[in-house]
Ligand binder design. Sequence first.
Ligand code: 1GP
Length: 253
Amino acid sequence: MEGSLRGKVWRSMVEKRREGRLHFTLIDPDKTSPSEAERIARIAREAGSDFILVGGSLGVSPEATDSVVEAAKRQGMPTIIFPGALNNVSRRADAALFLTIINSDDPYYHGIAQVQGAMIVLYHGLEPIPTCYVIVGYGGTAGFMIRARPIPYDKPELVAAHALACSMMGSKIVYLEAGSGAPKPVPPEAIEMSRNMIAMAGLETLIIVGGGVRSEETARMLARSGADGLVTGTIAEESPELLASIIRAFKES
Ligand code: 1GP
C-alpha cells in the first residue's frame, strides 16, 4: 500500500491557510501530456501555487492519470486527485478529494460512486479529503456529465444553503464550481453568504472556488468575498505570467 492515510495533505492545507489563501492548479490528464504536466507544475510552483489537482470529466484513462501525477510530483508539488470518475483515482497521488456531489440528480452520485470509490482510495493508500461539490451557473462538462442541476447565478442564497448543508454534513471543503471555461465565475455574493452561514453555524469548512477565472480582478473579488482557496485550470496552459499575477492577486487581497 502506497501513500498515507494520516492526514498530511489536509493538515498542510490548514497550516498554509493560517498563513494565507490557497491556490490549486488543476491539470486534466486528457488534455495534458506528462511533459506538459511537468511544465505546468513547475510554472505553478514558481508562481506560488500550493497544490496540484489532477482530474477530468471525459476521456481520462488510469494510465494518463498516473503519468500526469508522476510528472507533477517530480516538481515536488503535493498532488491531489480530483476525480471526474473512478478511473481517475491514481495510487501515485498523495490524496484524493472524496466527493459528495450535492446537486447532482443522478442517484449514482449519492452513495454508489462513494461506496465504490472508498475501497479504491483505501487500497491505494490515498488520504481522503471529504469534499462537497456544488455546481453553480454554467457547470461546463463536469456539470453535464454528473447530471448536475446547476444553481442559477442570481440565487446566492441557494448556493449558501447548499454550502451550509455540505458543511453540516461534515465536509472539510466546500468546492463551489462554475465549470471549466465558465463565462462567469461563482458570484461573490454566493461566496460571502456561504462564508457567513457556515460561520454562524460555528463550523470551519474551507471554501474553494473554481471555474472561469482569467483575471487578477476576478481573483481579488473572489478573495474579498471570503474564498479560502482558488482553483484555476485553463490559465496555466495559456499564460504562466497571468497565472502568477492571478495567484498573487488572490493571495494578497
Ligand atoms: C476548477 O473547473 C475549474 O474548478 C477550472 O476552471 O479551467 O476555467 O480555470 P478553468
